[in-house]
Design a protein around this ligand. Sequence first.
Ligand SMILES: Cc1cc2nc3c(=O)[nH]c(=O)nc-3n(C[C@H](O)[C@H](O)[C@H](O)COP(=O)(O)OP(=O)(O)OC[C@H]3O[C@@H](n4cnc5c(N)ncnc54)[C@H](O)[C@@H]3O)c2cc1C
Length: 428
Amino acid sequence: MTTRLPLPPSLYADTAVAPVATPPLDVDKTVSIAIVGGGYTGLSTALHLAEQGVEALVLEAQEPGWGASGNNGGHTNPGLKHDPDQIEADFGTELGRRMIDFSYGTTNFTHELIRRYQIPCEARQNGTLRAAYNEASAAAIENTAQQCIRRGMPVTYLNREQLREMTGTDRYIGAMLDTRGGDLHPLSYARGLARAAISAGAKVHGETLALSLRREGTRWRIETPRAVVHADKVLLATNGFTDDLWPALRRTIVPVFSSIAATAPLSDAVARSIMPTRPVLYESGHITVYYRIDQHNRLLMGGRGPMRWINSPSDVDYLMRYAERLWPELRGVAWTHGWNSRLAITKDHYPHVHEPAENILISLGCNGRGVALSTAMGAQLARRLIGGVKAEIDMPITGIKPIPMHAFWPLGVTSAVIAGRIRDRLGI
Ligand SMILES: Cc1cc2nc3c(=O)[nH]c(=O)nc-3n(C[C@H](O)[C@H](O)[C@H](O)COP(=O)(O)OP(=O)(O)OC[C@H]3O[C@@H](n4cnc5c(N)ncnc54)[C@H](O)[C@@H]3O)c2cc1C
């Protein structure tokens, strides 16, 4: 038997809409498609399967949204980590262009889905800023913006003066604004997706850890603490919490923690002086800092923190100090929450889809930009699960390649974060 772990002590846990009932699975089941992992990837796939009348059963170890999906920055960012030109160079014109269209369309897809299912999750589409505070990053971002503009995307490149107006600080010398970006309340969104999937006909079981996965006759057999599931097809959607269900999968990603600190609601005047038009912003620095002001005037500052679970803003005091450096008017403001969760980084920084055996599909590694991407991947994965190998999707399906020297990566991540912070502090 397992017991449900509590949600991380986030602002979201204190403010989200109520969860839909997702009781543990306690009777054996035979289903068309079983999905392991109840984050955006698993829930969106279940919803898109159910919409097409296909039976889908989600097995979630804790509760829907317990992982990165209920604890992230809440930014809906268009695109992948890599520039459009790079994507075409890496995957060729045909697949590359499909990947670009798909990935830059993920935010519109997500916000449209939220509207269609009327998911109450404080969703807004006020744009994403990708901002630079040094010349090298500014040049790179301007180049990315030009690539997007050439492809007809709603993107502009902003200079220092424009950024001072948009962010209330003169830290940034250049940024790309993509008006398709936005934000939402991550846990309310995860719970809303679970509710939508269930109302469309999917089954979602919390507190149901998938313990093992193996072939049995023509089906796959998944053992859980109280019951056994037999499924024609299986999707693994476990991202930064990937365990040993599939051989070597754990070694294809580096699970890293990202942390967030949140203020109490700011006065209207302070909130307006920081970001009057309420876009979301992520920095292009040695380590990524990302922030937004939510619909209740709270500032949510995110970035890399300790590589262990945290439970208070004092665990990420550098984020608070950094915020005060950007906006001195924040001094004395109360920081009410500090929390973190784990995301999955891949070696090539692309999301990975694998099909390592017949009727097994795996999707993981959104590299810190999975709110919109995982949601939209859900539709792609559903298409593949229904249509089989003939159903092309807009992302490459690759072999499982463990990262060499994987055991040493946590050490590497910690030193990279420390080195990044020092370089950022020195302004180099
Ligand atoms: C702090 C933080 C901030 C972030 N900020 C942003 C942001 O602003 N914008 C953005 O686009 N992205 C952001 N991300 C990334 C984004 O949250 C993720 O890419 C996305 O939520 C991944 O969704 P998922 O469903 O693939 O994984 P998850 O939401 O992590 O879900 C995986 C689930 O699998 C379950 N599981 C694992 N193993 C088993 C098993 N054996 N049996 C049953 N269940 C299992 C886990 O309990 C977990 O709930 C952030 C991530 C973090 C951690």
